[in-house]
Design a protein around this ligand. Structure first.
Ligand code: SF4
Length: 269
């Protein structure tokens, strides 16, 4: 049975999560200062790689509001929710900026699907990683080509795997990777969104705290881990697509749902 009450279903993500916590204004100022310093050091070769998630919308707002010379780009994997695609256009219109799109090579996707099927990501971690490599990692490499720094919305509060996220690091390619919201809580993100009228993905209102590709994202229950809706059929340690964490592949869970079971479960959600 779905644990959500009708009243909980009717609330927005801002209503559920936004709170003015001590130090919020200072964290906003610090994030802006990190962005300004990074822009001064790296423009025009710095980019925000946005998934259009709540944190990335905060960063987009900071960049646009303060006219920082930081490009904004996203990966159109070909498997995104319609709501996410609509938000790209909405953000462009709202902020008067162009969001660069990077998509996988169409022929490679067609060949992959022809060979492995539409639902191969559910069959094994290797198949899922192969799909992520094709639809995300290869386009990301093009997104980052020629850039000396990139900005992400990674936060320590997002998952145990991200608990040590630093404000700044150097990625495997030697490129500077900035995580200006590393110390922000969910309350910080949603308080900022509410205060500044930041456009956000309506799926967040429908209990999708973390949004990726449609086949690999589901809603979560109140109190459930925010990352529980991503690749939910895998063990916790595997829940990265390779964009941010490189680690050993754990075993595929024996109780992973078959596609038909997953679809049935989704229909009841
Ligand atoms: S998140 Fe899912 S659909 Fe998207 S690239 Fe990875 S496996 Fe493929």
């Amino acid at each position: 049975m779905n644990p959500l009450t009708p009243s909980a279903r009717e609330t927005t993500a801002v209503q559920r999560h936004a709170r003015a916590t001590p130090g919020h204004a200072g964290r906003v100022a610090a994030a802006l200062e990190r962005l300004e310093q990074a822009a001064a050091a790296h423009a025009p070769r710095i980019v925000l790689a946005t998934s259009l998630g709540a944190e990335d919308m905060v960063l987009t707002d900071l960049i646009a509001r303060h006219r920082l010379p930081i490009a904004v780009a996203t990966l159109d994997t070909g498997a995104l929710h319609a709501e996410t695609l609509a938000l790209v256009a909405q953000a462009e219109s709202h902020y008067g900026l162009a969001i660069e799109r990077f998509a996988p090579a169409a022929e490679a996707v067609v060949n992959f699907v022809r060979r492995h099927g539409e639902r191969s990501m559910y069959e094994s971690i290797e198949q899922r990683k192969a799909c992520c490599a094709l639809r995300k990692l290869e386009p990301l490499a093009r997104l980052l080509a020629g850039r000396t720094a990139w900005v992400t919305g990674l936060r320590r509060a997002q998952s145990a795997a991200r608990a040590e996220v630093p404000f700044e690091q150097v990625d495997e390619s030697g490129r500077v990777k900035l995580n200006p919201l590393a110390d922000w809580s969910d309350a910080d993100v949603w308080h900022y969104i509410g205060e500044h009228g930041v456009p956000y993905n309506p799926l967040h209102d429908r209990f999708f705290p973390s949004i990726g590709c449609a086949p690999c994202t589901r809603a979560v229950a109140l109190g459930e881990d925010p990352r529980a809706g991503r690749w939910w059929w895998e063990q916790e340690g595997a829940k990265e697509c390779g964009l941010h964490v490189a680690q050993a592949l754990p075993q595929h869970r024996a109780d992973a749902p078959a596609p038909a079971e997953r679809l049935a479960a989704e229909a009841q959600a």
